[in-house]
Design a protein around this ligand. Structure first.
Ligand code: ADP
Length: 429
């Protein structure tokens, strides 16, 4: 009967010798070079015999054996390693860790097929001195714990390093956005001056081709301004707590303002909106400007990711001290794999090649900041935001529904935005 053998080793020589032996006996060999890959393969393929080197790059072979032994499905599986016969103490440590046998090092190709059969038929190498193995077990556990501590420290160090690099990136984005904003303000001013320049106005009256050129210039500048504003907003969200400017607000009124803002786009794109103001609470305490920005972003996405002729529906439920509202579209939908990740900065779930830059054209993507801003705003109010969608399909259009749950009386969150630590505040614009 053909059996499955898993070898976890980074040595090509060992792999070649064992492969020959296993195949000579008519069995199948899977090979992993790293312990973690070996664990994955073992869990997926349930081998009948596992041969693991001790010297692996990501985990010691003994720790690998202990990990496997801890799982019910490997209780009866032979796990063997390769060691010279005279290394008695090492062997005791291996038995303590969960190994059931040894292949003598150097490997002997002539006897290896028989050894493989021996282990496959349930053969084990029993410890010749139980007391010695018991001592080895204590030593192994102590070393294991020391190793664990060292690894936690190393992980912490690397985490701090990543955090520092992440902070540098935030600072870079923030400074770049600031630097770009200043000249862009000047460009805006100059473009207005040009538009109002009397000789040019006279020229425009005679040459109808000039006006669209100026309009194009002005639209592009507005778009650049909005990208830079988004970058600055997200920097603010990431680098310090947003200060909420709380007042009594009406969600319905905010949504009406958002709809008014997109009126033209909705008409051009033949998108129908279903919104019943009476469902929405008239009075809640929140930051009006930030709620407007959040709903504006969600609405912009609903428009962008829904093809012409689709619909967008607002729904709302007031529950005790909370309000839960949603924006559902009949658009391309979002793969479940992305449901969490799209709320991180700069994640886009669609094909980047199909990316255009617009707030309202179909699939006119942006920088992937909108939802991160939304999450920052919702969390600052002590609320929650999530998406439900059956998947991404540009033909069948499963649609997406974004839900927002907010306390009616927002309790400003003391947590840093996006659940990320608070950084020292930097000069803001
Ligand atoms: P972007 O500026 O790219 O739209 P967002 O942060 O607003 O950035 O959205 C992140 C990604 O989430 C988008 O690029 C898109 O892939 C996906 N997405 C957001 N809203 C929708 C939606 N209503 N329908 C389908 N996909 C969406």
């Amino acid at each position: 009967m053909q059996r499955k053998v898993l070898l976890i080793s980074r040595s090509e020589k060992v792999t070649a010798i064992i492969k020959n032996a296993v195949e000579e006996r008519g069995h199948r060999l899977a090979v992993a070079m790293r312990a973690l890959d070996g664990l994955d393969i073992a869990r997926e393929h349930k081998p009948d015999l596992i041969i693991a080197d001790l010297n692996l790059s990501d985990m010691h072979g003994r720790e690998l054996a202990t990990t496997l032994r801890a799982e019910d499905s490997f209780q009866g599986v032979p796990i063997v390693t390769i060691l010279p016969p005279d290394q008695i103490h090492e062997r005791d440590l291996c038995i303590a860790a969960g190994f059931t046998g040894f292949l003598d090092e150097p490997l002997m190709p002539e006897v290896l097929p028989l050894q493989v059969d021996f282990f496959l038929s349930g053969g084990v190498h029993v410890a010749d001195d139980e007391e010695r193995v018991e001592q080895a077990r204590t030593e192994y556990v102590q070393n294991f714990l020391k190793g664990l501590e060292a690894r936690i420290r190393e992980l912490e160090r690397r985490n701090d390093e990543l955090q520092r690099i992440d902070d540098m990136k935030d600072t870079f984005i923030q400074l770049t956005a600031h630097e770009l904003r200043t000249p862009l303000t000047l460009v805006t001013g100059y473009s207005r001056l040009i538009e109002d320049y009397p000789p040019l106005r006279r020229l425009m009256e005679n040459d109808l081709g000039i006006a669209p050129l100026l309009q194009g210039l002005s639209d592009s500048i507005s778009r650049m301004q909005s990208v830079i504003e988004d970058l600055l907003t997200i920097s603010r969200i990431m680098t310090r707590k947003i200060e909420l400017n709380m007042s009594q607000v009406s969600l319905a009124t905010i949504i009406k303002r958002v709809l008014a803002n997109y009126q033209e786009a909705l008409r051009e794109r033949h998108l129908q909106v279903f919104f019943n103001a009476a469902e929405f609470p008239e009075n809640m305490r929140a930051d009006e400007g930030l709620l407007y920005m959040m709903i504006l972003n969600l609405m912009s996405n609903a428009i962008k990711y829904t093809p012409d002729g689709g619909s967008i529906t607002f729904r709302c439920e007031v529950k005790q001290n909370e309000v839960q509202f949603s924006i559902r579209d009949t658009g391309i939908g979002i793969d479940p794999e992305y449901h969490e990740r799209i709320f991180d900065r700069m994640t886009i779930s669609h094909d980047i090649n199909a990316h255009t830059t617009s707030k309202t054209t179909f699939r006119g993507g942006g920088l992937g900041l909108g939802l991160a801003i939304c999450r920052g705003i919702v969390e600052a109010h002590g609320g929650r935001i999530w998406v439900e969608s059956a998947g991404y399909d540009v033909n069948r259009l499963p649609g997406s529904e974004f839900f927002v749950l907010l306390p009616l009386v927002a309790v400003p969150s003391t947590k840093p935005m996006n659940s990320i630590r608070r950084l020292p505040s930097r000069p803001q614009s």
